[in-house]
Design a protein around this ligand. Structure first.
Ligand code: AMP
Ligand code: GLY
Length: 419
């Protein structure tokens, strides 16, 4: 069968890699893809948000399955558009993807169905929001309602920071429409865990747990990024906590979406905080996480194409999903200056050297391939994933391999996998 993956980051490279292991797949396309993906798939020059172009390509090329990975095309209804043409597509419909694309929807859903989350208020008026933050406890968390490239959450330490955040979202409109409504919520404390599940709207199958590192510098300092690394499993997500989360958060969320007439089919990502009062939801993502996917999929034994089809056909209860009893760590190599300004176009060396070890994987994010050589083309450039019997060994192996890779101005964190 022919499979099309939509997207161009490290997550999509990991997806393409895992799909390429399926004996059922004869050809993979990726739109738009990147330098590393082009070694496994035919990259097609269609933007991930070009819904009309993607549907046309899938029809003309007889694509049997399209996997829509990023948030934007899901929120725009790319899965609906593919299905309307009778094409098989993996991912939630637009009505279900709203659980990520509107934080106001997600918070109201959790309140209505008793799913544990931070206390919150929603504001559409800048003046009312400012009045409210004059009398709240600090720190307080301010979130733009919509998709904001992971930058729409501000933890304000005092009134001045809160007012500045509200002004930039609601008056200066730095996130456009996405910031016109804001959620102001209670600040929670505790370790964060990412739990992703496969669901067909009825059956749920949790994946192995993961944790990511969002800040740019060691010790969780510096600005938030798309993610500087991840590891799996989490050291703090015990079987007891997992069953509490499954009963108190995961199942109620899937039931709630069905009751709202928005059945969720695809991958749902629960961003959790393990607070002293129990696990609470920080956010939902309607998709695979990046860079969590780069540590979760290498641990998956089952053919992922079988899982995708079972989700689409609503027979996930028939699938036995199996995981390796091991650990994975992914260290992201970024362009110096990321997430602010950085330069690209530098040649990358050492990838072949790293790939001599069968337990190492190099997932490309911002690269392009020209005449057989890889060059940097984005902020996050590569994710170096190591597989080992336990986390400490995986961390050691990942950093040994990082030492073999070179490009101008390479930046990475030295503490990935040590939380
Ligand atoms: P999000 O984009 O919603 O994942 O938020 C980005 C990060 O902000 C999360 O990973 C948390 O570290 C932090 N965050 C979000 N909501 C809260 C909260 N209510 N309390 C404390 N930290 C939060
Ligand atoms: N790792 C966080 C995300 O994918 O949004």
């Amino acid at each position: 069968m022919k499979v099309l993956v939509v997207g161009s980051g490290g997550r999509e490279h990991a997806l393409v890699w895992k799909i390429s292991k399926s004996p059922r797949v004869s050809k993979i396309y990726c739109a738009p893809g990147n330098g590393g993906i082009s070694d496994l798939a035919e990259c097609v020059n269609i933007s991930a948000t070009d819904v009309v172009g993607m549907v046309r390509f899938a029809k003309q090329n007889g694509i049997d399955l399209t996997v829509v990975a990023p948030d934007d095309p899901l929120a725009m209804g790319m899965v609906d558009a593919l299905q309307a043409e009778g094409l098989k597509a993996f991912g939630p419909t637009r009505d279900a993807a709203i659980i990520e694309s509107s934080k106001v929807f997600a918070k109201h859903l959790m309140r209505r169905y008793g799913i544990p989350t931070a206390e919150y208020r929603v504001f559409e008026s800048y003046d009312k929001a400012v009045k409210y933050v004059e009398q709240v406890q600090y720190p307080v968390v301010i979130k733009a309602e919509g998709l904001a490239l992971g930058k729409g959450v501000i933890i304000a330490r005092d009134f001045d920071e809160a007012r500045d955040a509200l002004k930039s979202m609601m008056v200066d409109k730095v996130f456009g429409e996405a910031g016109l409504r804001v959620v102001i919520e209670e600040h929670l404390a505790g370790p964060e865990v990412s739990v992703l599940i496969f669901t067909d709207g009825k059956t749920i199958i949790p994946m192995v747990s993961a944790q990511d590192h969002k800040r740019a510098y060691d010790g969780d300092q510096g600005p938030n990024t798309g993610g500087m690394g991840a590891f799996s499993p989490s050291r703090v997500y015990t079987p007891d906590i997992a069953s509490e989360v499954e009963d108190g958060i995961i199942r109620p969320t899937i039931r709630a979406m069905a009751q709202e007439g928005r059945p969720f089919k695809g991958v749902l990502y629960f961003g959790l905080m393990l607070t002293p009062q129990g696990p609470k939801v920080l956010e939902y993502n309607a998709r695979f996480g990046d860079p969590e996917t780069q540590v979760v999929l290498p641990r998956l034994k089952t053919d992922i194409v079988d899982i995708f089809e079972a989700v689409i056909d609503e027979r996930l209860d028939e699938i036995n999903v199996e995981w390796e009893d091991n650990a994975a760590v992914c260290v992201v190599l970024a362009s110096g200056g990321y997430p602010k300004s950085y330069r690209t176009g530098y040649e990358i060396s050492g990838i072949d050297e790293v790939l001599k070890d069968p337990d190492m994987m190099v997932f490309h994010a911002g690269t392009k391939k020209v005449d057989g050589k890889y060059y940097t083309s984005g902020g996050r450039v590569l994710g170096i994933t190591a597989i080992a019997k336990d986390l400490d060994t995986a961390v050691r192996k990942a950093y040994q391999s990082v030492g073999k890779i070179h490009f101008e101005n390479m930046h990475y964190r030295r503490d990935i996998g040590r939380k």
